[in-house]
Design a protein around this ligand. Structure first.
Ligand SMILES: Cc1cc2nc3c(=O)[nH]c(=O)nc-3n(C[C@H](O)[C@H](O)[C@H](O)COP(=O)(O)OP(=O)(O)OC[C@H]3O[C@@H](n4cnc5c(N)ncnc54)[C@H](O)[C@@H]3O)c2cc1C
Length: 455
């Protein structure tokens, strides 16, 4: 019997997709940079189905690529050629919300938006949020240890996970969905799977932590005449704003591209080198506190040229749109080299100044758009119009490593950065990671070529 027929018997023939016009959307990633043909796409309905898929694929010697919302930006969720794509789209149950504990168990295929829509009416919220919320799944967020716009306050995805259920390469199920906030019995397998990018197990359900819903949000967009002024403004604002939740940076050329793509009007008069978007959130209105802090900071940061505040929810969303539309606007303009890096605060000003030059040395005439999560030193470096994508990645990642930064702040290594892993991880660390991979997935069934190069 063929693998497809056996898979059909195990999980139902309609859940095994082979028609190329249907499988095509699973075969190319969001950036259009990575694509490969899938042997077929399977849509298991629970952990038992996932176990059957993995056992059968293992027996046939066919690798499996797990795919959630396919919004990952490093090519980890699409096939390289010939793998079975395991879609988590049917793992979409949302369990009862435990309001007292502030926890809920959700299927790995539940999107961020779907989770927000269930918990917010109950006065609770989820700690991670970002622009891909309508498609990105909780399983994908855990697997990439996603960051986003609220790390400043709540940390990354790893900090939101209380427990999870996952299926190992041999089809066995690990279930750590108990809601104990304190539990110290042996290795932290849950923490290990967070950020493992589908290389160690298929996550099928996640018990997540919830936070009180903060009903009053105040946003301000600051225009600055330099990136160093943006850094100075954030340094002055942080101790003044106890309810600060987000601090996002974008620059003049990024704003111009967003306006070109979206048709949005200018957020304020004049053109400015840098823009800092800050948001405070609380259960009471912090508008006055924000105004007072901004007034004080205006007197302390000479490069602070202008400020606009979002007067109401519409105004707030309007200001966020300038920041959140960056990724889609860049993608609509061309296929960029997308590099997600972090540098220590002490080197941030220098990196912001020098990165465009680092790019033009290898790609003269290319357009470098930088934006990111300023508080974490996390810069998204997007290069448009470069022909030598490899050369650009090499130059930027080596430069970041020379500043003791990270070659991946939040998107992961995927297939995009495997050859540069050693810039951020030592030899003993890579050897330890390879030992873990070999122990849990000796047949290299799960996401081969992700994190580590093939072989
Ligand atoms: C507009 C836009 C904005 C973004 N902003 C941010 C941001 O601010 N911060 C950030 O961190 N990321 C951001 N991203 C990247 C992306 O949304 C995240 O990496 C997200 O976590 C991926 O979720 P997904 O469900 O789409 O996963 P996919 O893209 O489907 O997969 C990503 C990786 O996780 C693995 N995987 C997925 N589900 C599972 C599972 N259930 N079990 C095991 N492995 C699995 C895949 O194999 C792959 O390696 C953005 C993307 C876009 C398009």
């Amino acid at each position: 019997m063929t693998l497809e027929a056996e898979l059909g018997e195990a999980i139902g023939p309609v859940q095994v997709l082979t028609d190329p016009s249907v499988t095509a959307s699973y075969e190319t990633d969001w950036t259009r940079h990575f694509s490969g043909q899938a042997r077929c796409v399977v849509r298991p309905g629970d952990a038992r189905d996932v176990g059957s898929v993995l056992r059968l694929c293992g027996r046939h010697g066919v690798a499996v690529v797990t795919q959630g919302g396919n919004t990952g930006l490093v090519g980890g969720g699409v096939p390289d050629g010939g793998e079975v794509v395991l879609s988590t789209s049917r793992l979409s149950d949302i369990g009862p919300v435990d309001v007292a504990a502030g926890q809920v168990t959700v299927g790995a295929g539940v999107t961020l938006t779907a989770l927000q829509e269930v918990v917010r009416p109950l006065g609770l919220d989820f700690g991670v949020d970002f622009a891909a919320r309508d498609s990105a799944t909780i399983g994908g967020l855990v697997s990439t240890n996603a960051g986003g716009e609220r790390v400043l306050r709540y940390g990354t995805m790893r900090q939101q996970v209380v427990g999870l259920e996952a299926v190992l390469a041999d089809g066995s199920v690990l279930s750590r969905l108990e809601a104990l906030p304190k539990e110290n019995t042996g290795y932290d397998l849950v923490g290990l799977l967070a950020g493992s990018e589908g290389t160690l197990a298929v996550i099928t359900a996640v018990r997540v932590r919830l936070w009180p819903l903060l009903t009053h949000r105040t946003v301000a967009l600051l225009a600055l005449d330099s990136t160093s002024a943006a850094l100075q403004a954030l340094a002055e604002l942080k101790p003044r704003l106890g309810a600060l939740e987000a601090a996002e940076l974008f620059l003049a050329d990024g704003l111009a591209l967003v306006r070109e793509h979206t048709g949005l009007p200018a957020p304020m008069a004049g053109e400015h080198a840098a823009y800092l978007l800050v948001e405070c959130a609380d259960r009471v209105d912090r508008g006055d506190e924000m105004l007072e802090a901004l007034e004080e900071v205006s007197g302390l940061v000479p490069g602070l040229a202008d400020i606009v505040m979002g007067a109401d929810e519409r105004g707030r969303r309007g200001l966020w749109r300038y920041r959140e539309a960056h990724t889609e606007s860049i993608n609509a303009t061309g296929v960029p080299v997308k590099l997600d890096v972090a540098v220590p605060h002490s080197h941030l000003e220098r990196a912001l100044e020098e990165l465009p030059g680092v790019v033009t040395q290898v790609a003269p005439g290319a357009r470098t758009i930088i934006f990111g999560h300023l508080n974490e030193g996390n810069l998204h470096v997007n290069v448009l119009g470069a022909t030598d994508h490899h050369g650009v990645s090499e130059a930027v990642l080596r430069y970041v490593a020379s500043l003791h930064g990270s070659i991946s702040a939040e998107h992961g290594i995927g297939r995009a950065k495997t050859q540069w892993l050693a810039l951020s991880r030592s030899e003993p660390e890579i050897a330890a990671m390879r030992s873990i991979k070999a122990a849990l997935d000796p047949g290299l069934l799960l996401n081969p070529g992700v994190i580590f190069p093939h072989g």
